[in-house]
Ligand binder design. Structure first.
Ligand SMILES: Nc1ncnc2c1ncn2[C@@H]1O[C@H](COP(=O)(O)OP(=O)(O)OP(=O)(O)O)[C@@H](O)[C@H]1O
Ligand SMILES: [Mg+2]
Length: 402
């Protein structure tokens, strides 16, 4: 039994359990270890039972999108993080895609909320309800234990980490481990070099941009900036109001960003007709908007992201900075899908910039990969909390070296 097992014998608050209980745990694990000496066949059986009774689930609870990956079924959920509530009774009307569809066109008695802000839980009650609904199909089997690996921004406070653990537990997870978003993105985007050299990954989500320099031994430098895709959307809204006295909704601004948004000053050469409400008369008006105008509006947000990369490179040790400059930077997250962003950053920083193969799924795929590799996770983990029964169970498995 490694020391690792007994280090876990702590309460949720990090205090050691009473001596009697620790001795009880030790006695049980010793017995189990003796049994495990009976041969590899028993270990194979235990592995079989573990597979049968434990479902490993990776969770990327994002400001805009939630993704869930199950060890048994692959990617099982990719839905907007949104909850529609009756504004008079507080009753939840819709969650996920259906709630998001109402955004900006809500019936008069409905309010659509996003329970997360800048990557962390802002409304615990709604986040719990949303997560319970998302995890429902996985938690349906009462005989199966759920081991959940949730990702969290590196800048999250203890209270925000605890809120995520509480929400996941309440939603049905038996064991919750947390891993930093940047590290998960690096693993999910295959940006970890096997030779131990450092790589940089920039995850541009909806509410946060995470800059991480990591190697296969862990995070070297990381910074989370509360500026990302949603700020690009907001910049387009503000620009239309300033330039054309036109008020548009969040959904329309996002549509403009996806259709004609570009990081390149010349844009993508496309034009769209946008309808909104006139600030002056209040009537509906339409304007022809060109891609290069949108590019101008997006520039301050893009500059903040570029400066974040420079700052993190400055903080990195010289050898790590050398590795990054040689290998380049990988982009992930929905915000990295902006037209021309890789090229613009490359021109600005004189570095090779590439987009991950699956930018939106990178974080959840990385968390899933760490779930499959407990040794690696033990080396890299940030926080771990378990219930007494989970501890006992883990102790037993560890003793059997399963
Ligand atoms: N084609 C696209 N072009 C530009 N932006 C896009 C595109 N597709 C999605 N986005 C933006 O990506 C953002 C959502 O990305 P993502 O799903 O990675 O965020 P998240 O993980 O929920 O947020 P966070 O990581 O900050 O908590 C939104 O702002 C969305 O508008
Ligand atoms: Mg994200």
């Amino acid at each position: 039994m490694g020391t690792c097992g007994f280090r876990r014998a702590t309460t949720g608050e990090g205090q050691r359990r009473p001596l009697a209980r620790r001795l009880h745990l030790r006695r049980r694990t010793r017995l189990l270890r003796l049994e495990s000496a009976q041969g590899p066949r028993r270990m194979v059986k235990m592995r079989f039972f573990r597979r049968l009774f434990v479902e490993r689930v990776a969770l990327d609870l994002g400001t805009v999108t939630t993704l869930i990956y199950s060890s048994r079924r692959g990617l099982v959920l990719h839905e907007p993080s949104a909850v529609a509530v009756n504004r008079f009774t507080g009753e939840v009307i819709a969650i996920g895609r259906r709630a998001s569809e109402m955004l900006g066109r809500e019936p008069y008695d409905v309010e659509v909320h996003r329970p997360l802000r800048h990557g962390t839980i802002a409304d615990l009650d709604l986040a719990q309800r949303m997560l319970r609904r998302f995890l429902e199909p996985i938690c349906r089997n009462r005989f199966r234990r759920i081991h959940l690996m949730a990702t969290i921004p590196g800048s999250a406070t203890d209270a925000e980490r605890n809120a995520l653990i509480e929400a996941a537990r309440e939603a049905g997870a038996h064991r919750v481990d947390l891993i930093e978003e940047g590290l998960a993105a690096a693993f999910g985007a295959d940006a970890i070099a096997p030779d131990g050299s450092a790589r940089m990954i920039v995850d541009i989500g909806g509410g946060t941009t995470t800059f991480s320099i990591a190697s296969r031994h862990g995070l070297i430098v990381s910074e989370t900036l509360p500026i990302a895709g949603n700020d690009m959307t907001e910049a387009i809204r503000e620009d239309l109001q300033k330039r054309y006295d036109l008020v548009i909704g969040e959904r329309t601004a996002e549509w403009i960003k996806i259709e004609i948004g570009s990081a390149l000053p010349e844009g993508n050469g496309r034009t769209v007709k946008v309808y909104g409400k006139s600030v002056l008369g209040g009537g509906t008006e339409g304007v022809l908007l060109q891609s290069h105008e949108v590019a101008q509006a997006l520039e301050p947000v893009l500059r903040a992201i570029r400066d974040g990369i420079r700052r993190v490179l400055e903080q990195a040790p010289p050898d790590a900075a050398h590795d990054v400059c040689q290998s380049g930077i990988v982009l992930s997250g929905g915000g990295s899908l902006l037209h021309g962003l890789d090229q613009w950053l490359s021109d600005q920083l004189q570095l090779v910039i590439v987009r991950a193969e699956h930018p939106v799924e990178a974080v959840v795929l990385g968390a899933a990969r760490l779930l499959e590799n407990p040794e690696l996770y033990r080396q890299l983990r940030v926080v771990e909390r378990m219930s007494y029964w989970s501890e006992l169970y883990e102790e037993a498995l560890h003793a059997l070296e399963v």
